[in-house]
Write a protein that binds this ligand. Structure first.
Ligand code: WT7
Length: 707
């Protein structure tokens, strides 16, 4: 396959306008285009240019009827988009639909014997488990019957699910969807305490757990987290009536934690009473919530992104079809965790709505060695692969030549969740994809439900490091702080926004509609009274640039969010955890560039008067972060400093600390109340010598602009 030079080489012209704070110019080399392999062009689901045209702005919002038409509706919608109460959009108004029916029941007639899920356990001596659509139908029905008749749950109730990557997780989610129960899945790597807080916020009175699971060769005892979650929720005023526990091996206990009589139940035992039961899917209004997904933001408290049934399902089904390019004969493997939005949209709902075969892998990619993913791909004949830059970097580091040893062929590969370095992209393309596979670099967020920026697989030229043009029916814009538009090819970065609503956008923040408006819409809305969608652009919280060819390059978060291995952590959440340690006076958390994980948090603390900076304090802070949030938030370093660099109004200048941690220029510090502290901290962190300063990535420069 030949590399070709871009037809329209982006012109990096200097902006005539004076740059504002958020518009930090980023000089990056324009990468050459890669042409998709011819082999797959003819079969691409999006190959009809007439279909693509149907999503141009003049057909908005009805263009999205094409996505909704991929579903079976119990009752058709009257109106595609209702904008009468911005930004609380309603999609497919009057329509009735059931998400479980669309992912399971409707496939029985034609595909009952097809693999819906293939579960690959982490221990390599346990064989893969195939769940056909027929089996999925049976299991989902039994679980739904249990949720309704044993747990007494009904449409609109919330249930918190804290489970690892085992097939019982999607089965439980679909059982909830069958009844209209709003599921809130908490990533397995979060602590029991983090789960309890989320359960309390959502008002769940039932928790669903697993007793244990395998991760990196170890059996992780998970049931104990349930006890912590219940205690935490109760402290927050939310009583938990029942904890339902799936056992990794039905009939066998693999957890040390005791069962609490009358509260804890093994699902495999309870299900005996529901064997063979079927219950009708409960038809839902298109706008009833389907699930909550908690994510980190700028405040200490994670927010529950509330996703709707009809619009969300239509959007993920459409984007799975056109951008994951799934065909009936494909074996599709998204190596993400269902506990994140990627797994919800592109392991469970999107692929299953398309009657695809979706692979579910329990463990970590490099267990027992870096060849594992490629053995799985060879064994199952996976031909569509989906993962994150962190996993790609990890696998490249641990075994750059491993993929060559295995006989698998991907036609399509996705990267998602963080910016991918061109170097890493090229390895993914050349070695993992064997130069045959097309790559889509998909930019989106928990809030957006599905892909917003990506190339059309097999059709658009690919440019390493750039996500690409907007997806069908999505109209982005980049504005600076003064709302001046950054034009394609301009040598400046700004805030990435989407000018229009789309069906996959979250409905609101659970229980906090004001925060929803403030967070995403108050910055760029033109007129708070306007009922026109044109006046309500969505502010994504990412810095971006767009080159002359219209390809977007995502630079990273402009707010207090750190993207660790493609997962979002709020600096404020970590700081609040630090401040619960009695010896800590102040805490500041900053992102540090990490070769594998992209960014990791580093923690600065100052201690209360009279407390000595001992290792024990550091250990305590780390342990507290792990207990309150989870191992995922473990900081790379803890720096105990005599004082924080502060503005005259007393705000901690995280930007200065981030510059020190990343060996970057600290910028102008003359306006600080205590400029002398900066050199003291620098020596503490970097040592006596003054090393060469780095240019540093844009998100770290933009980070924490609290001047
Ligand atoms: C943040 C959203 C998208 C689902 C998984 C993460 C970053 C996401 C890309 C990409 C560069 C990306 C953004 C975004 N991000 N995709 N292709 N290139 N950055 O969802 O946890 O809600 O995080 O991830 O910064 O805002 P999330």
């Amino acid at each position: 396959m030949a590399k070709v030079r871009g037809k329209k080489e982006a012109k990096l012209s200097k902006s005539k306008h004076k740059l504002t704070e958020a518009q930090i110019a980023v000089h990056w080399k324009e990468e050459q285009y890669f042409r998709p392999s011819k082999k797959f062009i003819a079969q691409a689901n999006l190959k009809d240019p007439a279909f693509v045209k149907k999503f141009s702005e003049r057909y908005f919002p009805e263009c999205f009827d094409h996505y909704a038409n991929l579903l079976d509706w119990d009752q058709p919608w009257r109106k595609t988009l209702d904008t009468s109460n911005p930004p609380f959009w309603k999609w497919f108004v009057g329509g009735k639909v059931n998400a479980c029916y669309n992912c399971v029941d409707r496939h029985i007639a034609k595909h009952k014997n097809k693999a819906a899920l293939i579960f690959v356990p982490e221990p390599e001596n346990e064989p893969p488990l195939v769940i056909t659509y027929q089996e999925l139908y049976k299991r989902v029905n039994e679980v739904a019957a249990m949720l309704r008749d044993f747990a007494q749950l009904k449409s609109g109730d919330r249930v918190t699910i804290h489970m690892p990557m085992i097939p019982e997780l999607p089965i439980t989610m679909l059982a909830c969807a069958r009844l209209g129960i709003v599921h809130s899945v908490v990533f397995g790597g979060f602590s029991g305490e983090a789960c309890g807080l989320r359960a309390a916020d959502s008002g769940s009175r039932v928790l669903i757990y697993a007793d244990s699971y395998y991760r990196n060769g170890k059996k992780i005892d998970h049931k104990g987290d349930a006890d912590i979650a219940v205690a935490t929720a109760e402290k927050e005023g939310q009583n938990i009536d029942k904890v339902l526990i799936w056992r990794r091996y039905a009939g066998h206990n693999t957890s040390e934690a005791p069962m609490i009589m009358g509260r804890d139940f093994y699902v495999d035992e309870v299900l005996k009473d529901f064997a063979g039961q079927t219950i009708e899917p409960v038809s839902q209004d298109a706008d009833t919530p389907l699930f909550l997904m908690y994510t980190s933001g700028t405040t200490g408290k994670p927010k529950g992104c509330q996703h709707r049934t009809g619009g969300y399902l239509a959007y993920v089904t459409g984007t799975a079809r056109y951008y994951q390019d799934i065909h009936p004969e494909d074996v599709y493997w998204c190596m993400a965790d269902i506990g994140w939005i990627t797994g919800h949209s592109y392991i469970v709902y999107g692929p299953l709505a398309l009657a695809a075969t979706s692979v579910l892998y329990e463990g970590v990619p490099q267990f027992p060695d870096a060849g594992r993913p490629w053995r799985i791909a060879e064994r199952l004949d996976v031909n569509i692969f989906h993962t994150s830059p962190t996993a790609i970097r990890m696998l490249r580091k641990a075994g750059a030549d491993e993929p060559k040893k295995y006989n698998y062929h991907f036609k399509h590969m996705t990267t998602v969740g963080e910016p991918i370095e061109p170097e890493v992209w090229k390895w993914y393309h050349e070695v993992v994809g064997k130069r045959e596979a097309v790559i889509v670099d998909t930019w989106w967020q928990t809030e957006t439900g599905g892909f917003l920026i990506t190339t059309k697989p097999a059709l658009d030229l690919m440019k390493p490091g750039s996500a690409g043009p907007a997806a069908l029916g999505i109209y982005p814009a980049i504005w600076d702080e003064t709302r001046r538009e950054i034009k394609p090819g301009e040598d400046a970065a700004g805030n990435l926004c989407i000018r229009n609503p789309w069906p996959g956008i979250m409905q609101t923040i659970w229980g906090d509609p004001e925060r929803f408006v403030k967070q995403y819409y108050s910055k760029y809305r033109k007129n708070p009274k306007s009922k026109k969608w044109q006046d309500w652009p969505y502010f994504a919280g990412d810095g971006a640039m767009v080159s002359a060819d219209g390809y977007y390059r995502i630079l990273g978060r402009v707010d207090d969010v750190i993207n660790v291995a493609g997962h979002r952590l709020g600096t404020k959440e970590i700081e609040s955890a630090c401040l619960t340690c009695s010896k800590v006076a102040e805490a500041a958390v900053v992102p540090v560039v990490d070769e594998v994980k992209g960014r990791v948090p580093e923690v600065y603390i100052s201690l209360k008067p009279g407390i000595l900076p001992k290792k024990a304090v550091e250990d305590k802070v780390i342990a507290t972060i792990e207990t309150m949030i989870g191992k995922i938030a473990r900081p790379k370093m803890i720096h105990i400093v005599p004082d924080m660099p502060k503005t005259r109004s007393g705000k901690i200048m995280r930007r200065v600390l981030a510059a020190i941690s990343n060996t970057m220029d600290t910028g102008d510090i003359t306006t600080l109340a205590n400029p002398d502290i900066v050199e003291q901290i620098r020596v503490l962190v970097q040592g006596r010598h003054v090393g060469p300063l780095k240019e540093g990535p844009a998100d770290i420069k933009m980070f924490g602009e609290e001047t």
